[in-house]
Design a protein around this ligand. Structure first.
Ligand code: PNS
Length: 163
């Protein structure tokens, strides 16, 4: 049976750390669904449609990568999609405590679903969507830390704000 994995998250915005995890997941599993959580934050920088469009554009040449959105309990969505695995990235020890809680709660909610942690390449271990937004909003450069399409869209957002 093919192994289908779900990689859930807010992806506001998608970073090169996320891209690295997704490509590693695509090598491990038959298919990986990048599943963007609806309404994770009250005022996200990118709308859901923008996040879906950006992620689809980045992975347009990767047939094993699918992009979808979800709402409600993650384990219910994973079951609906007939996936067996939840993928989460681990960057540093500081991620571990929250990820450990999330994985064990999901395990309790549905013991059939297995969480698999993937470490990104070390040059991405300090990147987070939150830091990217902060640096860009203060005029800093994030070249090489996010896909080019994200960098361009971030620039557009900043210019629109300043106009
Ligand atoms: O990118 P993020 O914000 O770290 O992703 C967090 C996410 C989306 C994986 C988590 O908030 C989640 O799974 N939300 C869905 C609601 C749910 O199932 N909550 C209980 C998990 S223990």
């Amino acid at each position: 049976m093919p192994t289908l994995a779900v990689y859930p998250g807010s992806f506001d915005p998608l970073t090169n750390g996320h891209v690295d995890i997704i490509l590693r997941g695509a090598r491990l599993f038959d298919r990986i669904i990048v599943s963007i959580l609806v309404n994770a934050e009250k005022s996200p920088l990118f709308t859901m449609d923008e996040r879906v469009e950006i992620t689809r554009a980045v992975f347009k040449d990767q047939p094993k990568v699918e992009v979808d959105t979800f709402d409600g309990l993650l384990v219910d969505y994973v079951e609906r999609r007939k996936a067996q695995v939840i993928v989460r990235g681990l960057r540093a020890v500081s991620d571990f405590e929250f990820e450990f809680q999330l994985a064990l709660m999901n395990q309790r909610l549905n013991a059939q679903i297995q969480t698999v942690f993937i470490m990104p390449a070390k040059q991405y271990t300090y990147i987070s969507s939150r830091l990217i937004k902060e640096v860009v909003s203060l005029g800093g450069r994030v070249h090489g830390l996010v896909p080019e399409i994200v960098e361009a869209r971030l620039r557009d957002k900043i210019l629109a704000r300043q106009a």
